[in-house]
Design a protein around this ligand. Structure first.
Ligand code: NAD
Length: 501
């Protein structure tokens, strides 16, 4: 599975968009609680906006405390029921494989819902939706391999460990890659035998709701999967401080991650936080520049820069700085912004009006701070939240645009002197999510990879993802890891048993 190598163009059959549009238009969306689709107890709804047109797209149920309480009660009940707690790991694998097949069969529909709801270009959403099915398949493989161990002791003793589900998990997800991020939490939670309450972002909930409908078709026992839509400070906060939730897995901003950690203290929930980033992408003079520069532009324009691991600080050796900056600006200017269904569109709109204003304010800050804008800088004068890829040079690492996560198609290019300087500047950030290194010198690549403080390092590639590779952040980019064996540890408790003969 990989985002890299996916072309920026994809022909979308206009007729294929009809089914997702019909589903979106089929009336207000509901909450999934205890296996039933229900309105919010208050009857309230909230509007979700089409970022390409700024028109109201759909009404979502606006959940509140009482709905979270009902979902948690259902998840607790499911955790105890024989038809979930009593089944074999093989049966859990069958559930996950069935879900993977359902997701694969509906991959294009899920992708196009994402494109309509949050503006992700169709070429990217279709690639992402393929990864959704693969994620369930990967975790289906784990179910039968989650094992404790026997431990060395004396002859009158037997000591072993059991791996048990943590209990009721709460998943809170952001709007930038909603379908996939929901899968990254639902699949391991179920693989380990937990039950789960999912709260998608109020800005882009639709793909998660459709995913939940598909998962229902796999006939999981009621209450194993619940979805409560609504706002963060109500639904999200209630989940974080709910004494019936045993673990929270949160993906979102660092600021909200800190609140979640505080709110979780009440019952000492297990907490996994996947937060923001300001990732360095370091280009040494011996790099294959054709590959490096194309990937570097992908690294901040894909999904309009709304990816946590975007390479938004490109560090370039001073000997090649001017040439590289010009080439990055020229490649970026060639990336088309527009209709996310357009065959030659690379960047769709950013997801919301508020976010659009935020990104534009950072572009203003870059200009105010004296950075030099080589290309971009404009919001398109048409309905929707479309922003040009924007490249700043003459940037120093202490400028606001080099320190804060912008989460838009904006990049800063910063010069470095030598290897030590690149590592120092790369690490000079409060974040530590990802980093890229471009060089043909194998020794240097490994040395720099070891020195950079980030949870994922790409060498001569950027932005690939695969569920075998743990993902998560150093420093304020998070706590814990998703994927790989570490994600299994995060969704299980270890019980040690001793028997003395
Ligand atoms: P956000 O933090 O504003 O919201 C994320 C989720 O938290 C939403 O569902 C929101 O409703 C909820 N929320 C908001 N306030 C809350 C509160 N007080 N209590 C509980 N829940 C609350 O983030 P966003 O704007 O939706 O997403 C963008 C951010 O997500 C960026 O910072 C990005 O880097 C980060 N992100 C990180 C990763 C990763 O894997 N590290 C992946 C994707 C996105």
């Amino acid at each position: 599975m990989s985002f890299t190598g996916i072309s920026g163009t994809q022909k979308i059959d206009r007729a294929a968009v009809e089914a997702p549009r019909a589903w979106i238009g089929a009336g207000p969306k509901s909450l999934l609680i205890d296996g039933r689709w229900v309105s919010a107890a208050s009857g309230k709804t909230l509007e979700t906006i089409d970022p390409s047109s700024e028109a109201v797209l759909a009404l979502l149920a606006e959940g509140a405390d009482i709905d979270v309480d009902a979902a948690v009660a259902a998840a607790q009940k499911a955790l105890e029921c024989k038809s979930w707690a009593g089944i074999s790991p093989h049966q859990r694998a069958r559930y996950l494989l069935q879900i993977a097949d359902l997701v694969d069969r509906h991959a294009d529909e899920l992708a196009l819902i994402e494109t309509i709801d949050m503006g992700m270009p169709a070429w990217f959403s279709t690639a992402v939706a393929k990864m959704a099915g693969e994620t369930f398949r990967y975790y289906a493989g784990w179910t039968t391999k989650i094992a404790g161990s026997t431990l060395p002791t004396d002859a009158s003793n037997f000591i072993y460990t059991l791996k048990e589900p943590v209990g009721v998990c709460g998943a809170i997800t952001p709007w930038n890659v909603p379908l996939l991020l929901a899968c990254f939490k639902i699949a391991p939670a179920l693989a380990c035998g937990n039950t789960i309450v999912v709260k998608p972002s109020e800005i882009a909930s639709l793909s998660t709701l459709r995913l939940a409908e598909l998962i229902q078709e796999a006939d999981l026992p009621p209450g194993v999967l619940n979805v409560v839509t609504g706002f963060g400070p109500s639904v999200g906060e209630r989940m974080a401080n709910h004494s019936g939730i045993d673990k929270i897995s949160f993906t979102g901003s660092t600021a909200v991650g800190k609140r979640i950690l505080q709110a979780s203290a009440g019952n000492l929930k297990r907490v996994t936080l996947e937060l923001g980033g300001k990732s360095p992408n370091i280009i040494f003079p011996d790099a294959d520049l054709d590959r490096a520069l194309d990937a570097a532009v992908n690294g901040f324009t894909r999904n309009s820069g709304q990816i946590c691991s975007s390479g938004t600080r490109i560090f370039v050796h001073r000997d090649i700085y001017d040439e590289v900056a010009e080439r990055i600006a020229s490649i970026s200017a060639g990336r088309k912004v527009g209709d996310p269904f357009g065959a030659d569109t690379f960047l769709g709109p950013v997801a919301s009006a508020t976010h659009c204003d935020r990104v534009m304010s950072y572009i203003d800050a870059g200009n105010d701070e004296g950075a030099r804008m080589l290309t971009g800088g404009n919001r398109l004068s048409r309905p929707g939240f479309f922003i040009e890829p924007t490249v700043f040079t003459g940037v120093t690492n202490d400028m606001k645009i080099a320190r804060e996560e912008i989460f838009g198609p904006v990049v800063t290019i910063i010069a470095f002197r030598d290897e030590d300087d690149a590592v120092f500047k790369g690490n000079d950030t409060t974040y530590g999510l990802a980093a890229g290194i471009w060089t043909k010198d194998v020794g240097r690549a490994h040395k720099v990879a070891r020195a950079l403080k980030a949870g994922r390092i790409w060498i001569n590639t950027y932005g690939e993802t695969d569920p075998v590779m743990p993902f998560g952040g150093f420093k304020q980019s998070g706590i814990g890891r998703e994927f790989g064996a570490e994600s299994i540890a995060a969704y299980t408790e270890t019980k040690a048993v001793q028997i003395r003969f």
